[in-house]
Design a protein around this ligand. Sequence first.
Ligand SMILES: *Cc1c(COP(=O)(O)O)cnc(C)c1O
Length: 433
Amino acid sequence: MELNIQYEKLGIRSSVFEFGEKILSPLAQRFQGIDETAEYNQLRVLSAMHENRVGEACLMGTTGYGYNDLGRDTLERVYADLFGGEDALVRPQITCGTHALALALSANLRPGDQLLSVSGKPYDTLESVIGIRPAAGSLAEYGVTYDQADLKADGSFDFEAIKGKLKPQTRLIAIQRSKGYETRPTLSVDQIGEVCKFIHEIRPDIPIMVDNCYGEFVERTEPLSAGADLIVGSLIKNPGGGLAPVGGYIVGRADLVENAAHRLTSPGLGKEVGASLGILKDFYQGLFLAPTVTASALKGAIFAASIYEKLGFGVFPPSDHIRHDIIQAVTFGAPEGVISFCKGIQASSPVDSFVSPEPWPMPGYDSDVIMAAGNFISGSSIELSADGPIREPYTVYFQGGLTWPHAKYGILNSLEYLIRDGVISEEKLKQEI
Ligand SMILES: *Cc1c(COP(=O)(O)O)cnc(C)c1O
């Protein structure tokens, strides 16, 4: 059977399919580049697994205290070698990305110390961690102060501002690699390398931590190889490959990882405890799949940018920009656009395709938010997902796709819904074909 008929059975009209094919044909070369990066990173993952002799026994878990957990300890060696660190903490007891970041920060800062962000305002949830927004248990409550050097208007590091903000009490530098849900360019590993060199020339004693969320496997190297001291991320994003059901990681300098381990479990116990239960097979297999899963998500981001840019909507990053993370923003300028887009994504999901997302007043946001995610793993944003606050300029943030065919279908279905709901006219589409 022809491909277009299969799409039609799944609700995609022929004009949407044809428009998609037309958008895709000039993308072939870029997709090949993404596949080559995935190939390169697949070999890096395999090599770390071979060197650390990952064996069948590593896939078994422990219970109780989790002493002598071979699989857990080997996985941490694999992460350390793969990402270029001395040591690693990769645990299901780290509940999410925010927790991993909070752990890395609180374990490596002491009362009187100052944390300096050199990439401007950090991710929303870190405002409570740091105490920018008052919260119980924040770093501020423990006497840790905070300062930030904003990025320049073009999104690059402001070296002069950073130099001026390095104080005797500055004890940790934070860099956020991904734009998250801001409209600034995501930082490349090269850019992060330059700022690490600059800071370490002035103050070799200050460790640099990178929030690596959404950046893993997008490039051929990771920030530790470029001069950072610690990287932190979530396993329900890129490195979990869609299989890890929970977890976070901290990789880098041995002393900094060790501090985090003693904070996660207990002083005196550190990395020695923490049963892995039955989760290790998914951690290993997810890591093994992560390079190609990340490639699928990247193709989806570029395809979505190309489609909506062609139809005259604001997209960030623009379709032809080199990618450093997997998030794509599309600005519709009206609430209906955000809502129809999310409904299309939800309807194309493998799970919960029959439910319809609605905007609701989510805690912590100053407007209603709509979220589309028909996921195998709750909240997993390496799976095809979209969300957007219902406020000016009506931007939807889109990411993920465990396979490229699924990402492609989801994006075509978002367009289908936008036409069906009258946000985009089919005539306009036909003119573009
Ligand atoms: C997702 C994300 C976080 C927080 O991770 P959660 O798992 O949602 O707590 C922090 N920083 C960035 C840049 C992220 O993308």
